[in-house]
Design a protein around this ligand. Structure first.
Ligand code: G4P
Length: 529
């Protein structure tokens, strides 16, 4: 097996409070990267409010280390990409999923599928990503495990299969039974909060110690469940998992560390190494010796004294080397990649070499955009990263009218970078567009950057929409919408028509009435600006 196949580049997707921060920390603990485990928690503590986040960025310059956590475990390199949640939830969260090869869908056992679980899963489905389901907080009472699997199957329309099964729940949660290896894993509680790896006893199902530890009643229940699962459960097939058609379920408790070990093993064992990436002229395989990569996130420095930005690049094929000269596919320009950063330790460190699946932080003097392909040798251009439907809308109130030109430049530039989206209104040209954001923090970032970089003070007035959809399908669908005065039609920066609405029901109504209408929650790719 080639070296790059030994990489696992993945993200955890979840609704806030399901336990992503805790799980991230515990994966690092189990992966032997203790020194960074503490950093995750402190980052979360520092991001209670938007203003704290901005302050933090100002103090630290660009904080990138916590965006990609890299650790080596049992001969494999794990790249865990952070998908921001909470206050800093934004379009970046979705874009990060463009750069991973698999995802862990973490759910609270008392809640199951929540709204953000659903939205993030939809992005995974779009990419046909393999998704492992992890039911967290088993140390507390929750929904029945079978009902949870059923809920995922119904709401996410994906086949579900138990990879392991919980033994007891709440205070009596003692371990899991691994359906593939047919082994019982019993964990031992040590101290509060699970700051250390917990002792784990791995036994055959008929080992007398199992009954001794869990009691006859729970043992009988376990046998019954196992029998039921074997009879009624969906078949497990690695091919279907890799195609994103079935999701295996794992149970545990990130807080007490129960079940974290089996999850990490499963990521190593089941999740794919670096996969091929579709380009405009066919797929580029990771084995291809020529270097290629793409930019999936750009983080601007909020400190006005340091104008630099960091572009996050995922290596797709070949070997990336420090000081390499690469071509940017969209502009044809050749640039030298100086001081690339890796994310190995808690400090940023200069990377000498990176392989497919790795993420490299590049200093960007303003040349790069989200979705850009970088390559050496034969030209390649990967399919772009779509825009995701915003959920918050606003218009700019300019304080000083003489700054109109600055404002327009700023908005253009920042929308190209992906900070916000612009929606142009009919008859107004590029003037006074609606701004759209997936997360409110994007608006704060926009205001701060307009001020710092374009010397333009702008206030934002919220606009009364909650949904945006790209209009597709037959022209008759668009025509139906155009005739109505209760739908606001705008264009994105590529000229694709978009409908804005204050209620999802209004769009459901349009879909039921307008012949041939299709509405998309991700943008069509590309187009001319
Ligand atoms: P998030 O990043 O997905 O938002 O979740 P986070 O890890 O911050 O967890 C949210 C809350 O759930 C935290 O409690 C955390 O301790 C708790 N939690 C996480 N995993 C488990 C688990 O396996 N079992 C139980 N019982 N709780 C879990 P908090 O009170 O908000 O914060 P803290 O004071 O514990 O840090």
């Amino acid at each position: 097996m080639s070296v790059h196949a030994e990489r696992r580049t993945f993200a955890i997707i979840s609704h806030p409070d399901a336990g992503k921060t805790t799980m991230t920390e515990k994966l690092l603990l189990y992966g032997g990267a203790l020194h960074i485990a503490g950093a995750v928690k402190s980052r979360k503590a520092a991001r209670h409010a938007v203003s704290d986040w901005m302050e933090m960025e100002k103090e630290k310059g660009i904080s990138i280390t916590s965006s990609v956590l890299q650790f080596d475990h049992e001969g494999k390199r794990f790249n865990l990409l952070d998908t921001p949640g909470h206050a800093d939830f934004s379009e970046d969260t979705y874009r990060t999923l463009a750069a991973v090869d698999s995802a862990i869908m973490l759910m609270d056992n008392a809640k199951g599928v929540e709204p953000r679980t659903l939205r993030l899963f939809e992005v995974c489905r779009m990419r046909k990503l393999p998704v492992i389901s992890f039911i967290n907080k088993m140390d507390r009472p929750g929904l029945d495990p079978l009902d949870l699997m059923d809920q995922v199957a119904q709401k996410l329309e994906i086949r579900t299969v138990a990879a392991n099964w919980p033994i007891g729940e709440g205070k009596e949660f003692e371990g899991v039974y691994d359906l593939r290896s047919r082994k019982v894993h019993l964990f031992e509680r040590v101290g509060p909060g699970g700051t250390d790896i917990v002792p784990e006893l791995v036994l055959d199902l008929d080992d007398p110690v199992v009954v001794e530890r869990i009691g006859q009643e729970r043992y009988d229940q376990l046998l019954e469940s196992v029998e039921l699962l074997q009879e009624a459960g969906d078949d497990w097939s690695i091919e279907d998992f890799l195609a994103g058609e079935v999701t295996p379920f794992f149970f545990g408790s990130a807080m007490t560390n129960f079940g974290v070990g089996p999850l990490l093993e499963a990521i190593g064992e089941l999740c794919p190494g670096p996969t091929s990436r579709p380009s405009v002229d066919g797929d580029r395989a990771p084995e291809d010796p020529s270097f290629s990569g793409f930019i999936f996130k750009i983080q601007a420095n909020m400190n006005p004294r340091h104008r630099d930005r960091i572009a996050f690049m995922r290596v797709v094929s070949g070997t990336f080397e420090r000081d390499m000269e690469v071509t940017v596919a969209s502009t044809g320009k050749t640039i030298k990649l100086r001081k690339p950063h890796s994310f190995m330790a808690s400090e940023r460190s200069i990377v000498e070499e990176a392989l497919p699946g790795d993420i490299v932080g590049l200093y960007d003097p303003g040349e790069l955009r989200i979705g850009d392909t970088l390559y050496v040798g034969e030209r390649v251009e990967f399919q772009g990263i779509p825009r995701f439907a915003p959920e918050h809308f606003a218009r700019v109130q300019l304080k000083d009218p003489t700054k109109r030109k600055h404002l327009q430049n700023g908005l253009q530039q920042l929308s190209q970078e992906g900070t916000i989206q612009l929606f142009y209104r009919e008859g107004l040209g590029k003037a006074d567009p609606y701004l759209g954001a997936v997360g409110l923090l994007q608006f704060e970032v926009l205001k701060a950057r307009l001020m710092d970089e374009y010397r333009t003070k702008a206030d934002l007035e919220r606009a009364p929409f909650t949904v945006a959809r790209w209009i597709a399908g037959e022209p008759s669908g668009l025509a139906w919408l155009q005739q109505r005065s209760d739908y606001v039609l705008v264009e994105d920066r590529y000229g694709h028509p978009v409908v804005l609405s204050g209620s999802p029901w209004a769009l459901d109504y349009a879909l039921s009435e307008a012949k041939g209408l299709k509405l998309l929650d991700v943008s069509p790719l590309g187009g001319e600006e």
